[in-house]
Structures are given as structure tokens and as C-alpha cells.
Design a protein around this ligand. Structure first.
Ligand code: HEC
Length: 188
């Protein structure tokens, strides 16, 4: 084996590892977005927006929690502007979510975008990944211009979310991201 190859291998190994992590994380993020979208459409058809609130408020964190436990990773969602600061606020690294909007402004398709990185924190190294959540037309009932919200939605939001900033979006906008954090071995 040549010396040059020995130098190249570790770098190639890490890149290949990253591609594998990206593939696995993309699958989980896509699953979460799909399950969430299906549940939203189902509940909206069944019980209208007042029932569908539960999908965003309870089911989305539950689905993310289930995927987290299945994989042993942390799977969450964050917003560009948040309704619930307790759950939806991006941490320092997750503020990279804003760059998705910049990339979209330059012509890249939000649906296909991802961002990932290996980060070093005081207690270890982690793989971190984000995939955009895009506003669909039916999201607007609760995330569009507040003056157009149905009365029952206004009532729920006013009572439960005094710090709500997750309004004023349009279909196709960046709403936030699925965020995944996964421990990585010391060899990375
Ligand atoms: C019927 C009302 C309703 C609809 C429709 C709705 N949401 Fe929400 N959404 C909420 C509520 C309520 C919260 C706050 C959840 C919580 O308590 O954590 C929320 C929170 C979120 C968050 C987490 C960040 C934050 O703001 O706290 C994201 C991301 C999100 N919604 C995306 C969407 C997307 C994408 C759609 C359409 C596919 C959608 N929502 C449709 C009511 C709704």
C-alpha cells in the first residue's frame, strides 16, 4: 500500500461515513414529515382545525419522541419563528435553519435541502442534521396571516400560546426544520 493511500484513507472513510449518516437521517426526517402531514390531513378532514391543533401540538412531538427512542438519536423539530418557545426554539447550532431560506432565495429547492455537520461539544462529538419543513396550503389555517384564522383556532392560540410568533407564513415558505442529533464514535 502506498504512503499516499494511507494518508487519503481516513479522510475518505469519514466522508463515506458522513454520507451514510446523511442517508439514515434523511430517511428519519422524511418519515416524520410524512407521518405528520398524513395525520394533519386526516384530523383536518375529520374534526376541522380545532381537532387538528392536537396534531401539531401533541402528535408531532410524540412522533419525534417515538423515532428518537427507536434510533437512540434526538429527533425534534424547530421553527424559524416559534409558537411554543419551550419546544420549538432552535439552539445555537440549529439557527443554521435560517441558511435554508438564503439557499432557497438563490434558487435551490427547499424540499431537497439538508445540512449536516460533525460537531465537538464539551461532552463528546455529535453528528447534527437538519431538513427543512415547508409550509403547505393547509398549514395556513394556523400559521398563515392571523386575521384569516378560523375563530376556534384564534381561541385556542390565544389561550395556550401567549408568545406565538409562528404566524404570517405563506405556502412554500420555510417553516422550520427537523433536527437530528446523534452521538458519534471517537474515531470521527
Ligand atoms: C390546526 C392548527 C395547526 C395547523 C393546521 C398546523 N399547525 Fe403547526 N403548530 C400548531 C400549534 C398549536 C403549534 C404549537 C405546538 C406546541 O405546543 O409545541 C404548532 C407548532 C408548529 C411547529 C413547531 C415550532 C413552533 O412554532 O412552536 C412547526 C415546525 C409547525 N407547527 C409546522 C406546521 C406545518 C408544516 C403545518 C402544515 C403541514 C402545520 N404546522 C399546521 C398548530 C397548527
Amino acid at each position: 500500500m502506498s504512503a499516499a493511500l494511507l494518508v487519503v484513507l481516513p479522510v475518505g472513510g469519514e466522508a463515506a461515513g458522513l454520507a451514510e449518516y446523511d442517508k439514515a437521517a434523511s430517511e428519519v426526517a422524511t418519515t416524520l414529515i410524512r407521518q405528520f402531514g398524513e395525520a394533519m390531513r386526516r384530523e383536518m378532514a375529520k374534526g376541522g382545525p380545532a381537532e387538528a391543533v392536537k396534531v401539531c401540538a401533541d402528535l408531532a412531538p410524540e412522533l419525534a419522541g417515538r423515532l428518537s427512542r427507536e434510533r437512540g438519536w434526538r429527533v425534534t423539530r424547530v421553527g424559524t419563528r416559534v409558537r411554543n418557545p419551550l419546544l420549538g426554539m432552535p439552539d445555537v447550532w440549529e439557527q443554521v435553519v435560517a441558511t435554508f431560506a438564503e439557499r432557497a432565495a438563490k434558487g435551490e429547492d427547499l424540499m431537497g435541502m439538508t445540512y449536516s455537520e460533525i460537531v465537538t461539544e464539551p461532552n463528546g462529538r455529535y453528528y447534527r442534521f437538519m431538513k427543512p419543513i415547508v409550509v403547505q396550503p393547509h398549514c395556513l389555517l394556523c400559521h398563515g396571516p392571523a386575521e384569516h384564522f378560523p375563530e376556534e383556532v384564534k381561541a385556542v392560540l390565544k389561550g395556550k400560546y401567549p408568545f406565538d410568533q409562528a404566524t404570517g407564513y405563506q405556502a412554500g415558505d420555510l417553516r422550520g426544520a427537523v433536527s437530528i442529533k446523534r452521538p458519534v464514535g471517537a474515531d470521527w
